[in-house]
Every structure is written in structure tokens, then in C-alpha cells.
Design a binder for this molecule. Structure first.
Ligand code: 5AD
Ligand code: SF4
Ligand code: FES
Length: 364
């Protein structure tokens, strides 16, 4: 029965949210079958290559107050920082020299003109210093059209904005209920980014309070229907200085959130065969070889942290974040070994754009 559903998904025959929810709950032999198929599909459609995106955690200042996030505005236990432009450029050049191919600039959500204009300036500089060879993904939250456009023109070509959960009622439960945290706006932003020709990535957290299997199945359907180009999703991990931490709600055991994340990745891979899927750091916070597992069964993107070490312990979105004591050099060696172990190869010096995006372009 479960195998039939898996075969239907692979053949692009019709399947429902209920079907996906059943696959999400599968175990033992059915799960093995799912992972075997997702691995085959991955190798057939996107190959064995794993692409690097050097992650620069530019600033932990955030105007928002998401109930789950360690760098939310009202967390006063945190020392706030913004990297200097020299530090950002140095990190970008580190990625360039080490043949990473791409970087991601991420930060809390800030929309002051000083911030947005400085990002434009940094993009221009990084493009210039890398002979336009370094690909740049942004993950800087919700901004207005003018800003998104300006950043695209300055050289950013991919944007990550997680929907966090595709169910509006659920979204409202895990965020303050105000204009700053509007579900509609989130969806509008994803549409806007697409309209502006960005490769668009989204994703959800897995194992959140109030989340059901049907919710997660609907999240997968949302990504398929929105026709995303990239996905980054990971387990929800508690952070002690957030409101969600003290909610009296029974969560899935952490290992179960991890297992469910792997299934989400595998199912998304068979639903959307040629998209880019990130193996997120949060997986490694739970299992020391979590990211490798994700690569074996479907993910093809990894984001080595290249933020200077002095800032790393200040960008804790959740507790137990890995690589907090490592320098960027340490992560390279470590990842080379890890990816080999997972049966992959590193796509050095390549942008590793979403094949789904490129395939769409060539059919237009
Ligand atoms: N656990 C896991 N992921 C989290 N994020 C924020 N807080 C947490 C948490 N406690 C994720 C969100 C956000 C991304 C930058 O980090 O999905 O989009
Ligand atoms: Fe800010 Fe993003 Fe954290 Fe929300 S999840 S508080 S927007 S950094
Ligand atoms: Fe950072 Fe292994 S990836 S030390």
C-alpha cells in the first residue's frame, strides 16, 4: 500500500495529502524502500555532486519576534553584532579561494535603508572581487520590491525564505499575531521573489508544537504547487530563551523529529526530482552524521559556516548548534571527509544552480 503510493509519486500520478501523510508515518521496510527510491532519483536527476554554499551569518539583529527563534527581538540575554564589511568580504574571499562556488548571506530581519544599501554595496564588492564567479544567495527575510530588485541587480540570484509552516492557523500559533508576522505577506514575498527572477527556496521546521502529519504533508504539497526551486528544512530544536521553550506542549522526541526530517527530504526528492535540497545544520545538532544521512537519501546542498568564530556563539537560533568552536578551515576538511563518506562528490567552483530552475528556463 505505502509502496504503491511511493511508486505513484515517482510516476507523477495523482496522490493526496492523506497519501503523503501515510508515507510520512511509514517504518521499517517501507521506509527502506522510500530511501532507496529517493537515493536513486537523486542520482538520476541531480547526480552525486554536493554543492557548497559558504554561510555568512552577517548580523543577529532582528526586528521580529518569532516564538521559536533564539535571536528574536525580545531575547535580551543576547549580545547583538553586525559583521564589518571587511569581515564579510574576507569571508567571501575565503569561500572564493577555497572553490566553494557560492555563498549565502543570512541575518535577522532588518529593513532600514542603511542596512539594505550596505547589502547592495557588499554584493557589488563581492561580485567585483570574485570576477563575478562567486554565486550569491540571500536569506535576509521580508523586504520590499525595490530592495529585492536592487539586490538582484547587484548580483544576488537566489533567495531563501522559509514559509516555516504552510498552514495559516498554525503559522499564527507560532508567531505573534501582528502585521510584522503575517502569513499572507510571507506568501506574497515568495511570489514577488519569483517574479523578480530569483531562484527561490523555502522550507519548514519539522516537529513544531501543534504540527500534525497532515500539516507536514500539506507543506510538501505547498512546495510542489508553488513550484519552488530550492528547499531547506530542518527539525525544530528548542532554544531556552524563547517563549516556545516554556509552552506546556508535548513535542515529538528529538530523534523522531530527526527521522521525520529525513522522510520529508526523501519524499520531497521523489515529488520534485530536480530541485536543490539542503542538508541543514540542525540535522547535525541531533545526530553527528545527520547531514551525511540527508545527503545519501536526497539532499545535494551543504552550507559550511564561514562566519568568523568570534560571532558564532551569538547566532544560536536553537540550542546545541554544531561548529560553534570551529574556524572555517576546520569545516572544509571535516566536510570533505563527510561527503566522501556519504558517497558524494563536491562540486568545487560551481554555482550548482537549481536544475529545476534551469530546466524551466529552457522550456519557456
Ligand atoms: N529550531 C530550528 N530552526 C529554527 N529556525 C529558527 N529558530 C529555529 C529553531 N528553534 C530556522 C527558521 C528560520 C531559519 C533561519 O532558522 O526556519 O527560517
Ligand atoms: Fe528573526 Fe528569522 Fe529568527 Fe524570526 S526566525 S526571529 S525573522 S531571525
Ligand atoms: Fe564544521 Fe565539521 S562541518 S567542523
Amino acid at each position: 500500500m505505502i509502496r504503491n503510493i511511493i511508486d505513484n509519486i515517482i510516476a507523477d500520478k495523482s496522490y493526496s495529502i492523506e497519501d503523503l501523510s501515510l508515507v510520512l508515518q511509514c517504518n521499517d521496510d517501507d521506509r527502506k524502500y522510500l530511501f532507496k527510491k529517493s537515493q536513486e532519483i537523486k542520482e538520476k536527476y541531480v547526480g552525486k555532486k554536493v554543492y557548497f554554499r559558504g554561510l555568512i551569518e552577517y548580523s543577529n539583529i532582528c526586528a521580529k519576534n518569532c516564538y521559536y527563534c533564539g535571536i528574536r527581538r525580545d531575547n535580551k540575554t543576547l549580545e547583538r553584532y553586525t559583521m564589518t564589511n571587511d569581515e564579510v568580504i574576507e569571508a567571501a574571499m575565503f569561500a572564493y579561494k577555497n572553490r566553494y562556488g557560492s555563498i549565502v548571506i543570512q541575518s535577522g530581519e532588518i529593513s532600514s535603508p542603511a542596512f539594505t544599501e550596505n547589502i547592495t554595496h557588499l554584493l557589488t564588492q563581492i561580485k567585483k572581487l570574485s570576477n563575478a564567479e562567486l554565486g550569491i544567495t540571500l536569506s535576509l527575510g521580508e523586504q520590499n520590491e525595490k530592495t529585492y530588485k536592487q539586490w538582484y541587480e547587484a548580483g544576488a540570484h537566489r533567495y531563501l525564505l522559509r514559509i516555516e509552516t504552510s498552514n495559516k492557523e498554525h503559522y499564527q500559533k507560532i508567531h505573534p499575531n501582528d502585521d510584522l508576522h503575517s502569513y499572507e505577506n510571507r506568501v506574497n514575498m515568495l511570489n514577488l521573489l519569483k517574479k523578480l527572477n530569483y531562484q527561490v527556496g523555502t522550507g519548514v521546521m519539522i516537529g513544531l508544537p501543534f504540527q500534525t502529519y497532515e500539516n507536514l504533508a500539506a507543506d510538501l504539497m505547498f512546495m510542489k504547487e508553488f513550484d519552488i526551486h530550492m528547499c531547506g528544512m530542518g527539525p525544530y530544536i528548542e532554544h531556552k530563551d524563547t517563549p516556545m521553550y516554556s509552552w506546556d506542549i508535548k513535542l515529538l522526541p528529538i530523534k523522531e523529529r530527526y527521522n521525520l526530517t529525513l522522510k520529508m527530504i526523501a519524499i520531497l526528492r521523489i515529488m520534485m526530482k530536480d530541485i536543490n535540497i539542503a542538508s541543514t545544520t540542525a540535522l547535525q545538532a541531533i545526530d553527528p552524521i545527520g547531514r551525511e544521512k540527508a545527503i545519501t537519501i536526497g539532499a545535494n546542498i551543504i552550507m559550511p559556516n564561514i562566519t568568523p568564530r568570534k560571532y558564532r556563539d551569538k547566532y544560536f537560533l536553537y540550542d546545541n548548534k554544531p561548529c560553534a568552536d570551529e574556524e572555517a578551515e576546520d569545516c572544509i576538511r571535516c566536510l570533505e571527509m563527510r561527503i566522501k563518506y556519504a558517497g558524494g562528490e563536491i562540486g568545487y567552483n560551481e554555482w550548482g544552480d537549481s536544475k529545476h530552475f534551469l530546466n524551466k528556463l529552457s522550456h519557456e
